[in-house]
Design a protein around this ligand. Sequence first.
Ligand SMILES: C[S@@+](CC[C@H](N)C(=O)[O-])C[C@H]1O[C@@H](n2cnc3c(N)ncnc32)[C@H](O)[C@@H]1O
Length: 243
Amino acid sequence: MLMYGWMKFVEIAPERYDWAVKFMTGGRIDQIKDRIADAVRPGDRVLDIGCGTGTLGLRCMKKGADFVGLDSSRYMLEQTQKYADTAGVGNRLTVVHDSVTQLRAHFADESFDVVTSTMALGEFPRDFLDFIMKECRRILKPGGRLLIADEVWPEKFFPRLAYQVGLVLLWIPQFLLLRRALFPIKDLRQIIVSAGFKVTGVTTWAASSFHLVEAEKELVAVSPQVVSPQTESAAVTPVMAYR
Ligand SMILES: C[S@@+](CC[C@H](N)C(=O)[O-])C[C@H]1O[C@@H](n2cnc3c(N)ncnc32)[C@H](O)[C@@H]1O
């Protein structure tokens, strides 16, 4: 909520958005985006949900990935296009001006290698997040990677207490200014696991109030019993498939 209030304020002016995010995160956002881009390989098709000005996308495109930036703000997407064109990678960019709730309308099953989102999912209630994560699973190819970085409730007692105090102090001015109630995500990891992903790593920053969760669309064994004609015994020959 602390970060989101500020974000909402600067989102309406994309040209000042990037420095504001850097200021707000003490430059850590660059490390986080570098880390996410490290997981992207040349030739990957990457979707970034709530891509903002596309600074993560730029890193991915420079690595040779094809990047789809989805955002509900036209102004943010214009900035994304500008950055990509200036860097000479505009041919690798597709922008989609729509809400994250419309993933099904735009993207086919198993059509992405990587789905990412940074600081964009905290506005949604739990039911919505469950729905979005299931959609992410649908559009990811088998073995595809999900990388979500967002503001979360700190897990440890004292950081959580300090965070709660800040939240109480800032909630009313933020609501008056933005007319929105914004909260950090509860149980980000659990939401991702519940959607059927295997979590492969969680990195925390800022007294554990910011998490990067890395996950993949897991390979699971189905129809394991096959009779071997040689031994006439039931040999376990797992057939691997993606749920
Ligand atoms: C805090 S910014 C983060 C931008 C970018 N991911 C970054 O890390 O710099 C949140 C972004 O989510 C977008 N957004 C908000 N609600 C959205 C929705 N329902 N569907 C798609 N994008 C949304 C906003 O327009 C904004 O660009």
